[in-house]
Every structure is written in C-alpha cells, then in structure tokens.
Design a protein around this ligand. Structure first.
Ligand SMILES: *Cc1c(COP(=O)(O)O)cnc(C)c1O
Length: 405
C-alpha cells in the first residue's frame, strides 16, 4: 500500500448525531450519552488544503486513496485484504440504459460490510481493543471475523438461528466463535450489550461504534469520483441498519464542504422488504423514529433488521434528499434477481435484487423517470445465496440427441 507511516488525521472530534454534544477524538467510544450514534467530524478546510481532488484521482483506486477523509491515524493499524473500488455495471436488459449497479460483492469477504469493518477494526486496534462481539445477519460477522482474526483480535459473533449456512460457516472458518441464537438480530444485540456492560468485550453492533459509518461513506466518495464529480439523480439502497445510506449522505456533505461537488444531491431511496419494513412504515406515517417490526421475515436476510438505532438518521437523509422509503415483496425480489442474472449476466444478492425491484416499481408509478441516472447497490456477491436447482444430467455412454441439448 502506498501510504506514509505517520500521517495526520483531520479528525477534530466526534459528535452526538442527536444532541451535537462533542466527544474527544482518539478515545474509545460507543454510543453518545444520549444513547445515539456518534459521528466523526473533520477539519475539512485543512484536509482540502492538504490534498486536491486531482491528487486523489491520481492515486491507486482503492479505499485508502480517501485517507485524508478517514479516521485512521497509524498506517500500522490498517489490516487490509484489498479493499478495491467497486465497478459500476450497466444492466440494460433488466433495468434500462440509465441504471448502474454498484457491485459491492467484489470486496473482501464478498460484501460491502468489508468497508465498514476494515475501518472499525483498524480503529479498535489503534485504541487497544482486544476482544470484540457483534450481532449479525451474516455478512458483517464474516467481515469482522476476517479483519479481526488477521490482527489477533478475538471475536465472538451471534446470529439468528436461520442465518444462511454459508455465512455462519465463513464466520467460523475465519476464526470467530460464532453462536446461533433463537431470535432475531436485535435479540442477538441484547446479548452483546449485556456482555459489553459487564466489560467482557467491546460492542461492535451497527452504529454503536463510530467508525463503520466512516468506512461505509467511501461508497459515496467513490461514486462521486466514478461519475466525474456529478452525483446521480437517484440512489436505491437496501436498508437494514442504514449505515451505508447515512454514510453516503455524510460523504456528500463533506465533498461539498471541500468544494469537490456542487449542491446537487441524489434522491435517496431506502429499500426494505415488505416483510420487515420499519423505516417504510415510519416514513409513511411522518414519524422521526421507527417502532420495532414484529414477526420480521424476508428472503433478504441482510435487511431483516426489525429495529435500527440510526432510524432517525436514515429518515432524515431520505426526507432531506426528496427520496422515499420503499417496501418490496419477496416475489418481486426473487424475480429481479432472476431477470438480472438471466438477461444481464449479473448475479445479485437478494438485497441487491430488492433495489432492482424497487426501481422497477418506482418507474411504474412515475416516482423515477427512465431518463434519470440511477445507481442501485448490490451489497454482496450473489454467489453466497441459494440458487434454483439445475438438475439436467447427460449419460455420455448412451446415444446423445444433439438437437435436444
Ligand atoms: C448489511 C447488509 C445490508 C444492509 O446494510 P446497512 O448499511 O446496514 O443498512 C444489505 N444487504 C446486505 C447483503 C448486507 O449484508
């Protein structure tokens, strides 16, 4: 990696996302005293004086090209598995000519959770954490296990008992102690919280430590650079805990403060499965917070999050952007995955399929225009998820009917 050993960070402080109360940088923090996520704040004038947009563009296109806008102080804290810039792939047959998929499945551990966890683990290491616990629907646990094991941090991971088998196994194989729990992700979170209160480990639940957002915001930074510093008209983001949506919204503000983009913002569409849509319900009711969704169920496990600690931040960003929270049913999700694979050769995860399904519905209702530039997020590789059976066999010793092949 092409990074100097001692580098300044431009972090000035952390700030409660609800009350704006200030917290000191370079200290271990969880939630704010008000029980809300903390946001990292930077001296953007100094960062902008230290590096120009052109200088960033001249660097290798990985996540670390954005280092002046990231919190890690010591290069030695970074455990890298190769956090590449993910490509924007057109899917003209299943969506139309102006739609691009940001394919996050190509990141280490096969999901965009790598962006958040590479940052959070580096910061935990920098601040002396030796033991981390986390509730997960699968991909976050896998990314945590990979990065933490690699630098000798112990990890204990709790997932709902019906978490996809491959996720549970990859977590275990990458060195974590993983437990299936008879409940949903927030039930797992409660166990992590109890252990953390007893001082057994550091709590790495979504948004309960401040640095995953900083990793996830690189999706917004990358998007701006990839599109010539002109953001798209709309972004469809599969929303569970909402880290990525909140992070991108923060990234856009930082880029504008640097003078690297103008005031134009995409409409942000928070996409949820209709079997677990607390943000959609709160959006439609005009509420600032979302109540827990009971009996959550969907094929899109990554967005089966009945309650999000950053609910008000998701809702705030969606409303400020002029977007909406949209729910889509499992049949539409599966059909979108199928169409995209068959017609465009891109295998989406179900959560990525949800964004395509929501886009199609938004097109139908006139919420978006076919002429608008739209970005959908495919947040994990489709290869991690169950696929329909392909049962054909051929007996090479019997006569072969070539016309029938
Ligand atoms: C975690 C996850 C999501 C949700 O991301 P958030 O930023 O937490 O809302 C969506 N899809 C997949 C595959 C995930 O692993």
């Amino acid at each position: 990696m092409n990074i100097s050993i001692h580098r300044p960070t431009f972090v000035t402080h952390l700030e409660c996302s609800m009350t704006e109360e200030r917290y000191e940088a370079d200290r271990l923090h969880g939630l704010s005293r008000a029980g809300r996520p903390l946001l990292v704040r930077y001296d953007l004038a100094a960062a902008g004086a230290a590096v120009a947009r052109d200088a960033i563009e001249a660097r290798p296109t990985d996540l670390w090209r954005w280092r002046e806008l990231l919190p890690v102080r010591h290069t030695a804290s970074i455990v890298s598995l190769g956090e590449i810039e993910t490509p924007l792939i057109p899917i003209p047959h299943s969506a139309g000519g102006n739609v691009l998929v940001k394919d996050e499945g190509r990141l280490p551990t096969g999901s965009f959770k790598a962006r958040g966890l590479v940052m959070a683990v580096a910061m935990a290491r920098e601040l002396g954490v030796t033991r981390i616990a986390m509730p997960t629907n699968g991909n976050a646990g896998a990314a945590l296990a990979a990065y933490a094991s690699r630098c000798g941090i112990e990890t204990i991971v709790f997932c709902p008992e019906d978490t996809p088998e491959i996720n549970v196994r990859e977590i275990a194989m990458q060195g974590a102690r993983v437990w299936r729990v008879n409940g949903l992700i927030d039930d797992c979170g409660a166990i992590v919280g109890r252990g953390a209160a007893e001082g057994r480990w550091f709590d790495f639940s979504t948004l309960k430590e401040p640095y995953r957002i900083e990793g996830k915001k690189t999706m917004g930074l990358e998007l701006a650079a990839q599109l010539g510093w002109e953001l798209p008209d709309a972004i469809f983001y599969p929303t569970g805990g909402g880290t990525g949506l909140i992070g991108m919204w923060k990234a856009f503000d930082e880029l504008e403060a640097l003078g690297w983009i103008g005031p134009k913002r995409p409409r942000m569409y928070a996409v949820q499965a209709s079997g677990c849509a607390p943000i959609v319900r709160a959006f439609e009711a005009g509420e600032e917070h979302a109540e827990r969704w009971e009996d959550a169920h969907t094929v899109a496990a990554g967005i089966r999050v009945p309650r999000a600690v950053g609910d008000f931040l998701i809702l705030r960003a969606v409303r400020q952007s002029g977007g909406k929270a949209l729910g889509v049913g499992d049949p539409a999700i599966l059909k979108a995955v199928d169409d995209c694979a068959r017609r465009d050769g891109l295998l989406l995860c179900p959560e990525g399929g949800a964004t395509l399904a929501a886009y199609r519905e938004a097109l139908r209702t006139g919420e978006v225009d076919a002429e608008e530039r739209v970005v959908l997020f495919n947040c994990a590789t489709g290869l991690k998820y169950p696929m329909p059976a392909a049962p054909n066999t051929l007996d090479r010793h019997a006569p072969i009917d070539f016309d029938a092949l």
